[in-house]
Design a protein around this ligand. Structure first.
Ligand code: SAM
Length: 613
């Protein structure tokens, strides 16, 4: 998918498009409200509910989404969390989102928030979070059939949209309706503007009770429907929402804090237990880390997972951290070594994630302009501990330091935590283990975890700071040129990668190895690093990260009420928030923040499967 297209009358794709969609988007906010919101009984239907999940076909200009978000904001009885999962083959430009919202009172500020994040829309799922994580849009870029297959939740409301069925038959086909119906529970409501005879018949054949009702002029009528088949279907009852209650997260680093915040947002009261007195004492204690998407010429699994993670972390940082002090979205230059293969064509028609770096960027960094390099826009640096502290400050979360859990024992329907003396420390129906290496022992060694030692070297800016690049550089370790540490700006470089090494002590040779790497990529900056090392102005930090055998995080349910989010390796900033949202989504049966297939690749039980297979 390389081009933005719409459909001609004969069904052939062509370039669009604002007018096409605007015309068929049933005419703005009033129509969106009438056909889709009222058609699905909103706001009465969602009043007092913990969550409300909308599934939409055809995101278009986002009017239905914005109208739903606005209705949510204006309703004191709103559900705690609003999920909106919408499928769109060809996302419009950010300007078009604004253009259509401009005419509608109240929508523009919301459209502006959305437009500000409207980047890197590669095929696949993209999670956008608004209203402090309580309005979650999952934009699924791709054709309706495969994107419906990647969903795994039950919708409370379906907004069936698309161009005219005559010229856009796939959106209204029986196959599409069957796939949509698979994602519904008894009682799911549906709204659509089309009253085509075949649509009504097909909906009925899928088990929908269809009601033709008056439209809003100039439309004569529209449809609403309720899923209530006359026959028994297994697993069809309205899913019982998991009622938020009290839970315990073990581990107060990036993984645990992120899980705590994700659960608290959904109404849980969360206690975070950690052996240490304060939060973020393990590998999350790194003075500052680099956040950049992993891109690969073949767009491999890690690349796709990493983009999903980076998008979520950037939103969290933007909402929670102090720009320039605790994080900054600087963009990142990636040195590619000898690898001259191009970036993969990811089909992003607009604002791509990454591009070939320009000569000017390479020169500015002090890199040889003849060497291949990529530039990532959605990237920067973050102080991990600041993010941890911010997540732990979320309403509903309480950090409990100095609590060393020795065992997790089944107790009735829930779990009991014991200390080394066998005394009960706490009980809860839900326990999430996010304790890095300790996780293995706590879970009867069901997880296979490997230590990965890493040391970074950092130094304050001296008189030679002009030698440093103006932005972070990745590849062969990374170099952060300007991070406020102590009372001065500092550079940080590293990290070493000691697989299987669990020793935390600082090593001089690791600083030398870090310098060596900088020399290779950024010879000019290396002079500043070398000078600081000689003047003994540098400091070092080391930590032991925890990785799984395939080096992807482990997130999900191990046994009823016992969940895991750990093994972030050296990618805690990339994966902690994504895994936390994945855990919360699975726990509540919500739309997943990434395609079901990709979510499987993070599932904790893949280790069990690998062993038994
Ligand atoms: N709901 C939108 C809104 O609120 O602005 C309007 C949707 S517009 C009428 C229909 C959308 O469906 C278009 O943006 C079009 O690109 C999309 N679409 C059409 N066929 C599709 C397909 N086969 N798969 C995915 N999206 C499709």
């Amino acid at each position: 998918m390389t081009e933005v297209v719409a459909w001609d009358d004969d069904g052939t794709p062509r370039s669009p498009r604002f007018d096409d969609i605007y015309r068929s988007a049933t005419g703005g906010l009033a129509q969106a409200r009438h056909v889709f919101l009222q058609g699905c009984g909103v706001p009465a239907a969602w009043a007092g509910r913990a969550q409300w999940r909308v599934l939409e076909t055809g995101f278009g200009l986002g009017l239905n989404f914005l109208a739903t978000w606005l209705a949510w904001m204006q309703d004191p009885q709103r559900p705690r969390v609003l999920h909106f999962a919408s499928i769109e083959a060809f996302p419009v430009a950010a300007d078009d989102l604004l253009r259509s919202a401009r005419n509608e009172a109240g929508l523009l500020p919301l459209a502006e928030e959305l437009a500000a994040r409207w980047q890197g829309l590669t095929p696949g799922f993209h999670r956008f979070s608004f209203a402090e994580g309580r309005v979650l849009l999952t934009l699924c870029v791709g054709d309706v059939a495969p994107m419906l297959r990647e969903q795994s939740f039950r919708a409370d409301a379906v907004f069936l949209d698309g161009f005219d069925p005559e010229r856009n038959p796939q959106m209204w086909s029986l196959d599409t309706l069957k796939a949509v119906t698979r994602l519904c529970h008894r009682g799911t409501a549906l709204g659509t503007w089309s009253v085509a005879g075949h649509l009504r018949r097909d909906l009925q054949s899928c088990g929908w009770k269809v009601d033709r009702r008056a439209g809003l002029p100039p439309k004569r009528d529209c449809l609403s429907a309720r899923y209530d088949p006359d026959w028994e279907v297994k697993g069809l009852q309205a899913q019982q929402d998991t009622d938020p209650d009290e839970c315990i997260v073990i581990g107060g680093g990036l993984s645990g804090a992120a899980v705590a915040a994700s659960l608290a947002r959904r109404g849980w009261t969360v206690r975070v237990f950690d052996t240490a007195a304060g939060p973020a004492t393990g590998a999350s204690d790194l003075p500052a880390g680099l956040l950049a998407p992993h891109q690969s010429p073949d767009d491999n699994l890690l690349s796709r997972l990493s983009r999903a993670g980076v998008r979520i972390t950037l939103q969290e940082a933007q909402e929670r951290l102090a720009d320039g002090l605790e994080w900054r979205r600087t963009g990142v230059l990636e040195w590619r070594g000898d690898d001259r293969r191009p970036l993969p064509a990811l089909g992003e028609a607009l604002e791509p994630w990454s591009r070939e770096a320009s000569e000017a960027q390479k020169r500015a960094a002090g890199m040889d302009p003849a060497q291949p390099a990529w530039w990532h826009d959605n990237a920067g640096w973050i102080e991990p501990a600041a993010l941890v502290r911010s997540w732990l400050r979320a309403p509903g979360v309480r950090f409990c330091g100095g609590r060393k859990v020795a065992r997790i024992v089944r107790h009735g329907e829930g779990w009991r935590l014991e200390n080394a003396a066998g005394e009960t420390m706490a009980q809860a129906a839900l326990v999430v283990v996010a304790a890095a290496h300790e996780s293995a022992a706590l879970l009867d060694n069901r997880l296979q975890l490997n230590p990965v030692r890493g040391q970074v070297t950092w130094g304050p800016h001296g008189d030679d700071a002009a030698l440093l690049p103006p932005f972070p550089v990745n590849g062969n370790g990374h170099f952060l040129p300007r991070v406020p540490l102590l009372e001065r700006d500092a550079w940080i470089t590293g990290s070493t990668y000691g697989r299987g090494d669990a020793d935390e002590s600082l090593r001089r040779e690791d600083d030398a190895a870090n310098l060596q790497r900088v020399r290779r990529v950024l010879p000019r900056a290396a002079q500043a690093v070398e000078g600081a090392l000689q003047r003994r102005e540098t400091r070092s930090w080391s930590g032991v990260r925890c990785a799984s055998t395939d080096r992807r995080p482990l997130a999900g349910e191990l046994e009823p009420g016992l969940w895991v989010s750990t093994a972030m390796g050296s990618r805690g900033l990339t994966f902690a928030a994504l895994c936390a949202e994945l855990v919360a989504a699975r726990l509540h049966g919500e739309p997943l923040p990434l395609e079901a297939r990709l979510a499987q690749a993070l599932d904790v039980r893949r280790q069990d499967r690998a062993r038994s297979g």
